[in-house]
Design a protein around this ligand. Structure first.
Ligand code: DX5
Ligand code: ZN
Length: 217
């Protein structure tokens, strides 16, 4: 089984002091930072692009894993830029392109871990068709931080885990808190993204540690 870990999502961080916010969770033990990219089409909000990934890479050095979650249409057209900017892993959405296999190959061609995300209504069977390095089960509808965890998610995590097997981490993203993390662990999740539960807390470092403990990481 892949090691369990918590990846703080900077979506809920204070962008005016992004470097300091990332430093706080790294000092608390985070080794993966989750970067949410939204294009105003696949999801309504617009967030950030490769320029911020590149600034983060420069700030954190090589030892930290920058996990880039692309909530953008036709991600195959953008993955090379994110790879060049310093992404460690790039996760694309199954719903965002008719060319999922091509896009995953483009991610690997950029030297990155290739992740595939599915929205709550997308069947898990796509994971039977493509080989992935990371399987992201959205546990909210993508687009915003701070939404409630969808209660049927653990069942979906279980089904994804049974398709991708023991060697591929299943990631949960959305509504992950000290309350919801344990049921995700029980269902077979290994990587836990948490945004508002960490950066919305008074002390992001202790919030990170509390979620890691709840997740069994
Ligand atoms: C939502 C993003 C998430 C977001 C999660 O579409 O993919 O990564 O930051 O935020 P929380 O943890 O607040 O639900
Ligand atoms: Zn995300």
């Amino acid at each position: 089984m892949p090691d369990r870990l918590v990846a703080p999502s900077i979506l809920s961080a204070d962008f005016a002091r992004l470097g300091a916010q990332v430093d706080e969770v790294i000092a608390a033990g985070a080794t993966v930072i989750h970067v949410d990219v939204m294009d105003g089409h696949f999801v309504p909000p617009i967030t950030i692009g490769p320029i911020i990934v590149s600034a983060l890479r420069e700030h954190v050095g090589e030892a930290i894993d920058l996990d880039v979650h692309l909530m953008i249409e036709r991600p195959e057209r953008q993955v090379a830029d994110f790879a060049k900017a310093g992404a460690t892993g790039i996760t694309i959405h199954a719903e965002a392109t008719p060319h999922v296999l091509y896009a995953l190959d483009a991610v690997r061609a950029g030297g990155c871990r290739a992740g595939l995300a599915v929205c709550p209504a997308t069947p898990v069977t796509i994971f039977e068709e493509v080989r992935v390095d990371l399987a992201l089960c959205m546990t909210v509808n993508p687009g915003w931080g701070g939404q409630p965890f969808i209660p049927s998610s653990p069942d979906k995590v279980r089904r994804i885990a049974s398709v991708v097997g023991d060697d591929v981490p299943v990631m949960v993203d959305g509504g992950v808190t000290v309350k919801t993390a344990p049921e995700c662990t029980a269902a077979g999740a290994a990587w836990f993204v948490a945004g508002s539960a960490i950066f919305g807390a008074d002390d992001p470092a202790s919030a990170y540690r509390a979620i890691a403990e709840a997740a069994g990481a």
